[in-house]
Design a protein around this ligand. Structure first.
Ligand SMILES: [Zn+2]
Length: 372
């Protein structure tokens, strides 16, 4: 029923669905595309009540569902016009151009609960625009084919500059909060998608990233912090988006201009694949589905994924595949949207038949990234 297609993820007041019962022990030995499509389609129509505590991240959850369906080449399950209207409804607009200098960020809210009531002139009283929500909003819009040149990108980019700190990092929201590589990555991806780098100082951002490389070759979220798979992806993907890493990165690994120590980064990344075939985020941690993407995409961006034992990684990921569809964090765990998305993304990197190839540095399919 067409009327029901618009419910669920796109609406804010759906009743909670019954809890999922634990699946029987896993027996799937192949990538089961149809189960994953069914799982994400179910999430598109109605999110289980388990996600109520993540309501503030509604746009991020939507990105996992819609980008996941795109990887599965199943975007026909999505009502694209309704998605565009829903996503655009979270954008915050300044009252006038003068507002762009007031230090607030005019991007996207993560959900209705961070979007406070509007005055008569439809201007939000409280501006909770967030860099991660803005990245997810723009990514979804690109995936469903919306032309981003139709939107007010100047407000996003001009106001985003005030989030960048003197050390080059970004805070995610104008009232502050933690500053680290995650939000620098979001800012770089936003500029890349809007095809306009006025939103950030790239040289400062590059300096911050390089300061986050640790003695062991990996990157921490902040300078001096422990190397971590997710932070390492944010560092390398940002450098790639900003144009500091080219296709010939490996052949120029020792070039003084690159400054990042690519060889030690490769060594650190390769050591993250462990005996069970899976990939860990840090030393002495268990293999986890999502790091197959964070590390796999890092290696792929550097042109080095041939060094990954793909057969062993595939076998590990299959043990994390749920009979409900989707992927769990660890083998035989219940699926969640975050690990389901990065499990699918990892299978795309592994070249699974029927999956669309990824633009590794942007976190969406190549088709979505290029608009083709
Ligand atoms: Zn994980």
């Amino acid at each position: 029923m067409e009327g029901d297609r618009d419910r669920g993820l796109l609406y804010d007041s759906d009743p909670p669905s019954p809890p999922l019962s634990p699946p029987p022990p896993l027996s799937l030995t192949f990538f089961d595309r149809e189960r994953h499509v069914t799982f994400l389609e179910m999430m598109y129509h109605m999110l289980p009540y388990h996600y109520q505590s993540q309501e503030i991240n509604h746009l991020t959850l939507a990105y996992f569902v819609i980008s996941g369906l795109d990887i599965l080449d199943a975007l026909d399950r999505v009502h694209k016009d309704a998605v565009v209207d829903w996503v655009l409804s979270f954008q915050t607009h300044p009252r006038s151009k003068a507002d762009l200098d007031n230090g607030q960020f005019y991007g996207f809210h993560g959900s209705r609960s961070s979007q406070f009531p509007s005055k008569d002139n439809a201007i939000s009283i409280q501006n909770g625009s967030h860099l991660a929500s803005t990245y997810c909003a723009l990514a979804i819009l690109k995936i469903v084919g919306y032309n981003l040149s139709n939107m007010d990108s100047e407000s996003i980019l001009t106001s985003m500059r005030s989030l960048q700190q003197p050390d080059g990092s970004f805070m995610p929201i104008h009232i502050g909060a933690e500053r680290d590589l995650r939000f620098l990555y979001c800012a770089a991806a936003i500029c890349f998608m809007l095809n306009n780098w006025n939103g950030m100082d790239r040289e400062k951002a590059k300096e911050y990233i390089l300061n986050c490389q640790s003695y062991d070759g990996g990157f921490g979220l902040t300078p001096g912090s422990e190397s971590h798979g997710g932070a390492t992806y944010c560092a390398i993907a940002s450098l790639r988006l900003m144009g500091f890493i080219g296709d010939d990165c490996l052949s120029n690994a020792s070039a003084p201009s690159s400054k990042a120590n690519i060889q030690s980064l490769l060594d650190w990344s390769l050591q993250r694949q462990v005996a069970d075939g899976g990939i860990q985020g840090r030393p002495n941690k268990p293999s986890d589905t999502c790091y197959a993407f964070w590390i796999g995409a890092t290696m792929g961006t550097l042109g080095a994924n041939k060094f990954i034992d793909e057969k062993a990684l595939r076998s590990f990921l299959l043990t994390c595949q749920s009979e409900c569809g989707g992927f769990g964090k660890f083998p035989q765990e219940l699926p969640d949207l975050y690990h389901s998305y990065y499990g699918l993304a990892a299978f795309s990197i592994l070249g699974e038949a029927g999956l669309k190839p990824l633009c590794l540095e942007l976190g969406v399919t190549e088709a979505a990234a290029t608009g083709l």
